[in-house]
Design a protein around this ligand. Structure first.
Ligand code: GLN
Length: 447
């Protein structure tokens, strides 16, 4: 704990943490030391964990990197947080992210961007940018983030570490600030497959506080990381051929596929005809859900309240106008539009139908292959400011990650070396729902 606290101080310029719990973390560390001596320590004893600023941690500040939650203190522990605390993890602080987890670069934070340690003129990715930088720069052992469209995997790829998005409903969402509830998943950013497996094992499983959570039994992921069989691997032709994908990333993907084939696995291209509908469907449905989820921030119940208000309506208007950032406002407006009476069927209903098609086509592909192996992102980390004026180009950073969220399947980004400029490349592996055991074992085999 002292080691990480020291690193956090030395690398404060990376802006990875919004708040560090020095005294508390050290006190917990001594307590855990004592428990270890008595042979009573939990399964995560000694693991120093950072948490994205969207996870409820009792009696601690919580803001989703937004001005609108200024001064808000969480009243309870979310389920995932409670479970890691019960197993003696040491929570070291809360981490910077895009406001309400909306973004791909951490530039939408009210606290300024976190910086990629591989090149501090570049973004770490987002929205769990601070959480990825914290693991990359050795400011904690592992981080908990959230992944609605790629927010754990994309920053993990940009920072050269592991990012796991489990199956939707595998981990309870109780105590995770909602962005888009039918997509949101708590995820893990780590330096090893083993750490991800252990954390998943502790956090996953039934929970009375989330009616959507799966009641399926939780396997001992950390004990089944061996991988010996020969498998079938599918890849998207676009990901190794399209000029939209950075040359070094295409080459890296191709090299990995070639060596898998040499090792005796079956590797074949798969047809995914709905690729071009992925982003429109995702952005219609997530903005719709976000506009509803974020209606609760009205200046009455939580955090920030405008001091200029004269009546109830102006309180709502002024609070929201003053305290939400530009991207959050854009999404609330988009979501409100696609849900409005005149456009609901044309956009929202249609997008729901397309989501179903995407899910079915993805499942069909995965009934024929064991794993899909594609790049996590089309490019490596981009420059700070490069995409801020062009939201569409920012949204394109998610083209390979949102398929897993639309379909609810698990996916992981594994580090795959660097590009010619020394920037990390991530390779993504997807598999069938609830097959995290084989996903993790294959990831370990691959790296
Ligand atoms: N970048 C995507 C978005 O802005 C994904 C965000 C996320 O997964 N939370 O919606």
């Amino acid at each position: 704990t002292e080691y990480y606290l020291d690193n956090i101080r030395k690398k404060a310029h990376l802006n990875a943490y919004l708040e560090v719990y020095d005294t508390e973390a050290l006190a917990k560390a001594s307590e855990v030391d004592q428990k270890i001596k008595e042979g009573k320590a939990g399964k995560l004893a000694g693991m120093v964990i950072g948490i994205k600023d969207v996870l409820c941690h009792k009696n601690h500040g919580l803001q989703a990197s937004s001005k609108i939650l200024s001064g808000f203190i969480s009243q309870f522990n979310g389920t995932a947080i409670q479970r890691i605390i019960d197993e003696d993890a040491i929570i070291i602080g809360r981490q910077n992210c895009d406001e309400f987890a909306m973004g791909s670069s951490n530039e939408n934070s009210a606290f300024g961007p976190s910086l990629n340690e591989a090149d501090t003129t570049r973004v770490p990715g987002g929205s769990s940018g601070g959480s990825a930088v914290a693991v990359q720069a050795d400011l904690c052992l592992a981080s908990l983030g959230s992944d609605t469209g790629g927010s754990v995997r994309q920053p993990a790829a940009f920072c050269g570490i592991y990012g796991l998005k489990p199956t939707y409903s595998r981990i309870s969402r109780y105590g995770l600030i909602a962005y888009s509830s039918s997509f949101d998943t708590i995820g893990i950013i780590s330096r090893s497959v083993e750490d991800a497996a252990l954390l998943l094992e502790i956090m996953a499983g039934a929970d009375n506080f989330d009616s959507t959570v799966s009641h399926k039994e939780v396997p001992a992921y950390s004990k089944s990381l061996g991988f010996e069989k020969k498998v079938k691997i599918g890849y998207l032709k676009e990901s190794v051929e399209s000029p939209g994908v950075h040359e070094d990333i295409r080459k890296k993907t191709q090299d990995i596929l070639t060596s898998l084939e040499k090792e005796g696995h079956t590797v074949k291209p798969v047809e995914f005809s709905l690729l071009e509908y992925i982003l429109p469907t995702y952005y219609i449905l997530t903005t719709a859900e976000a506009s509803s989820n974020l209606s609760r921030y009205d200046g009455v119940k939580y955090g920030y309240r405008s001091s200029e208000a004269t009546d109830l309506q102006s309180l709502y208007k002024k609070t929201r106008s003053e305290a939400f950032g530009a991207e959050v406002k854009r999404r609330i407006m988009l979501g409100t539009f696609v849900l409005s009476a005149g456009y609901y069927d044309a956009y929202y209903t249609k997008a729901q139908k397309v989501r179903r098609l995407i899910k079915e086509q993805t499942e069909k592909i995965l009934s024929d292959v064991d794993f899909l192996v594609i790049p996590t992102t089309p490019t490596t980390a981009f420059k700070i400011g490069e995409k801020t004026e062009d939201p569409i180009s920012m949204y394109l950073a998610d083209v390979f990650t949102v398929q897993a969220n639309l379909s609810g399947i698990p996916a992981i980004s594994v580090p795959a070396g660097n590009d010619s400029q020394g920037l990390p490349i991530g390779i993504q592996i997807m598999t069938k729902a609830f097959e995290e055991s084989s996903l993790l074992a294959f990831s370990k085999y691959l790296t």
